[in-house]
Design a protein around this ligand. Structure first.
Ligand SMILES: *Cc1c(COP(=O)(O)O)cnc(C)c1O
Length: 292
């Protein structure tokens, strides 16, 4: 049974507001953040009868990297389908893409990545849904929920609530399912209705859906925006925490819009993803000539 050491909870201040940050980015060197929580179940399974892990998603996905580590540890092949790999990335590999290849990932380009991945599934392989949107993810996310209950108790945090940005929303959903306190989230991939649809795919009981914080301004997944970068940098300078550049800036943007109207003490979940910053920072540098 593999167990992670509980990740630290740190007390921070930002814009004169006390905010606790759950440092799941510090969980483990190879398995960081919510992908470690989501794949914890498979880490503990005996996969020795299998030959490979199959999945699909974007060419810089954090899930892809974590699965490449899992496959390597378990002595399995890792087959991954993505839409398209730009020539620039092929010749200048960085970030999750680079390190997943180093772990032995076999990557294929396909316009129907999800279908192609599912067609490879046979009795000696496991298929992992994009981003880990599946019921097995609850196992590790429940462990995170239990850690949070313990953190809240020993730090005597009054009227706590949780905030975390969502992709598939799996982490937010299973946290709310396993916590007696409010969980707030926001969409960063698609709109708010897309997020609810993701939840309906794994959960029938809508009463346990997390609360969604909205914003007038739309942020498009993976799109570079100077205001997002500026906020990311400000958080880093003022809190001393490096957040991820895919989900966290849009998450903080929406969270800060609402934080003054939500009663209680916020706990922000840092969900890792820092290896992905390597490629995001390179893109920001090319687009805006910023210095880091
Ligand atoms: C995958 C990921 C998310 C989104 O998690 P979901 O469970 O799909 O909502 C958020 N932040 C980081 C850093 C991630 O790697």
């Amino acid at each position: 049974m593999i167990q992670f050491h509980p990740s630290p909870l740190e007390k921070k201040t930002y814009q004169n507001k006390t905010i606790y940050v759950k440092r799941d980015d510090l969980l483990d060197a190879d398995f960081s953040g919510n992908k470690a929580r989501k794949f914890h179940y498979f880490l503990n399974q005996d996969l020795s009868q299998l030959k490979r892990i199959i999945s699909s998603g974007s060419n810089q996905s954090n899930a892809m990297y974590s699965l490449s580590v899992l496959a390597k540890m378990k002595g399995l092949e890792f087959i991954y389908f993505c839409d398209h790999i730009p020539e620039f990335l092929k010749t200048n590999s960085t970030g999750n893409y680079k390190y997943s290849l180093q772990n032995g990932m076999k990557i294929y380009e396909s316009p129907n990545r999800e279908v192609d991945a599912s067609m490879q599934k046979d009795e000696v392989s496991i298929l992992i849904e994009e981003g880990g949107r599946q019921r097995e993810s609850e196992f590790g996310i429940k462990i995170l929920a239990d850690e949070l209950i313990h953190d809240i108790h020993i730090n005597h945090i009054k009227n706590p609530y949780i905030f975390l940005p969502s992709g598939t929303g799996t982490t937010a959903l299973y946290l709310q399912k396993n916590l007696p306190i409010r969980v707030y989230t926001c969409s960063t991939v698609g709109d708010d209705e897309y997020l609810r649809e993701q939840w309906r795919m794994v959960e029938n009981d809508e009463t346990i859906f997390p609360r969604i914080l909205t914003s007038q301004k739309k942020y498009h997944y993976g799109k570079l925006e100077l205001d997002l970068y500026t906020l990311w940098r400000d958080l880093k300078e003022n809190m001393g925490v490096t957040f991820d550049l895919m989900y966290d800036p849009a998450g903080w943007m929406k969270f800060l819009l609402h934080v003054r109207e939500i009663e209680g003490t916020p706990l922000y979940i840092h969900q890792g993803g820092l290896i992905g910053n390597e490629s995001m920072l390179a893109r920001y540098q090319r687009k805006y000539s910023i210095t880091t």
